[in-house]
Ligand binder design. Structure first.
Ligand SMILES: C[S@@+](CC[C@H](N)C(=O)[O-])C[C@H]1O[C@@H](n2cnc3c(N)ncnc32)[C@H](O)[C@@H]1O
Length: 230
């Protein structure tokens, strides 16, 4: 059996990224999204929804943690950030260009969760509680759906069937396209679910394309998966 080199996580952790990080790794152009309806699936404590709405991008965030009140979310998120911060510096599967060092990464994650928390309290209507593989939205409600650091990254925990059902459900609720990032596991290995999704008879009406970017933190994470209707 191969020795694991990546970050060892015993569950899906509650860490949040900022609007700028989403824009970098999803290649988003904020001006093009003004007035559009965007769904952030597994949005967690990311500040993407809060910051995007300030720019008149109509983002809804979806995550099971939104069943919880703000203080309970922070009770879970803060220890998750501390344990990742302590472990990540010695893990060989990260490139530190953008984040510089674990301290700066922690600062960005705190910035994100602080902005999230303020927005979660003031605009609870933007945060919808629920769990993939089901979404509580109407068919074609969103122009664009994003999934950051949930599918593929946690594939060992979630399984192939979960990924297939999630993609079907995401595309049901999306009239435009979906983008999933990263396309690698925490071991920095390309997800073997992507070729399986591409050849899955249940998904033949969709086109899956890996789009390269210049953003890489987790090694080999310089691409996202775009899903469109054929
Ligand atoms: C690592 S965080 C990513 C947060 C955010 N997308 C980002 O990149 O900053 C993973 C998120 O997945 C959420 N999650 C766990 N199970 C889920 C499910 N079945 N459906 C949707 N989200 C789920 C967790 O609550 C957590 O907020």
């Amino acid at each position: 059996m191969q020795t694991k080199r990546g970050l060892q996580l015993d569950r899906v952790v509650l860490l949040g990224r900022t609007f700028e990080e989403y824009c970098r790794y999803f290649l988003l152009k904020p001006d093009d999204l003004v007035g559009k309806r965007v769904l952030d699936v597994a949005g967690g404590v990311s500040s993407f929804c809060a910051e995007a709405n300030k720019l008149a991008i109509n983002v809804t965030s979806f995550d099971p943690i939104y069943f919880l009140p703000p203080e309970k979310i922070m009770e879970r998120s803060e220890p998750d950030l501390e344990s990742v911060y302590r472990a990540i510096g010695s893990v060989p599967t990260y490139r530190w260009g953008y984040y510089k060092n674990p301290e700066y990464m922690r600062e960005l994650r705190k910035r994100a969760s602080t902005m999230f928390l303020v927005d979660y309290k003031t605009h609870p209507e933007r945060y919808v509680a629920g769990e993939l593989p089901r979404l509580s939205f109407a068919d074609g409600e969103f122009d664009l759906t994003l999934v950051s650091y949930f599918l593929f990254a946690y594939q060992d925990r979630l399984g192939y069937k979960f990924h297939r059902e999630s993609i079907l459900e995401i595309m049901r609720a999306t009239r435009g396209e979906a983008r999933v990032y990263p396309t690698v596991t925490f071991e920095a290995q390309p997800s073997d679910y992507i070729p399986r999704l591409q050849s899955d008879p249940a998904l033949q009406r969709f086109a899956f394309t890996e789009i390269k970017t210049d953003f890489e933190f987790l090694v080999n994470s310089n691409s996202f998966l775009r899903v469109r209707r054929n």
